[in-house]
Design a protein around this ligand. Structure first.
Ligand code: G1P
Length: 291
């Protein structure tokens, strides 16, 4: 089923945690096994029925738009060799969806990046997917969030319980239970609080289904944590006024935001793959036993 909503993927971060790999390449293009991280995110949106995607680009933009474009000479080469398997893999990324691009200009934070989507999105509800969080394709999240938005008309964010020692790395939510164990009412939000100030251990993970009125709020949101315009701050205003819902995710999420988590994500995903897992798993066991 095709969704009426569009997806926005901010991909304009500086990727400083991965330097020098990200000196000339956006971090969204770092391979996770054999696909760039951003392709997983585009596939997730497509899997939720979204066929119109806007990527907010930073510097080194060409890498991303080239990846989702056709490469005729490579396709001809693989066709001539009869390598249909690789040909299919190459064409997959260019046939995925209708992908549009806009540049962020100055990197002034996630809220500012989302505001850049305004002309493309217009007055409609839209989804935002952040590339640092990969959600396992076997676990539903975005479809649940879109359904909750369609049912209630409210903005919906994804939450996950994390170790309280890690809450300072996320937006943190104050929540109230609803009749549905997977859905909470968000009563407050704070961006990356110290552990002792966090309202709970419910962390905002990078999936949002936002009503278009968030643009008006973002437009007047002042720089917050880290001197950046924070999406979390705009959502705090919405939580206090019309209300925000949280879908509590209990599935498999892979963080590719820093080097250690990125390595873990690659190992977990590869170990689960049919083509790589059978050889990787016994090797991993042997390797771990000798550590
Ligand atoms: C962003 C958001 C934060 C959220 C996180 C999820 O932070 O600002 O609220 O918890 O994504 O990955 P970033 O990790 O981009 O600094």
């Amino acid at each position: 089923m095709t969704s009426r909503i569009k997806a926005v993927i901010p991909a304009a971060g500086l990727g400083t945690r991965f330097l020098p790999a990200t000196k000339a390449m956006p971090k969204e293009m770092l391979p996770v096994v054999d696909k760039p991280a951003i392709q997983y995110v585009v596939e997730e949106a497509v899997g939720a029925g979204i066929d119109d995607i806007l990527v907010i680009l930073g510097r080194n933009k060409n890498n991303i738009s080239n990846h989702f474009d056709a490469v005729p000479e490579l396709e001809t080469n693989l066709t001539n060799k009869g390598d249909l398997h690789r040909l299919l893999r190459v064409k997959e990324s260019s046939d995925l969806a209708d992908i549009h691009y806009v540049r962020q200009g100055e990197p002034r934070g996630l809220g500012h990046a989302v505001l850049r989507a305004r002309a493309h999105v217009g007055d409609s509800t839209f989804a935002v997917l952040l590339g640092d969080d990969l959600i396992d394709e076997r676990d539903a999240l975005l479809t649940t969030m879109i359904a909750a938005n369609e049912r209630t008309g409210l903005t919906v964010i994804a939450l996950m319980e994390v170790d309280p020692d890690h809450i300072h790395m996320y937006g943190a939510a104050a929540v109230e239970a609803t009749d549905d164990p997977d859905i909470v009412r968000v009563t407050g939000l704070v961006e990356k609080p110290p552990k002792e100030d966090a309202p709970s251990n419910y962390a905002v993970i990078g999936r949002y289904v936002l009503n278009a009125n968030v643009f008006d709020i973002l437009d007047r949101t002042q720089p917050g944590k880290g001197g950046e315009i924070q999406l979390t701050d705009a959502l705090q205003e919405l939580a206090l006024t019309e209300g925000v819902l949280g879908v509590v995710f209990r599935g498999r999420r892979y963080d590719t935001g820093d080097r250690l988590d990125y390595i873990k994500a690659i190992v977990q995903l590869a170990a689960d793959r049919e083509d790589l897992g059978p050889d990787l798993r016994p090797w991993l066991k042997e390797f771990a036993a000798n550590l």
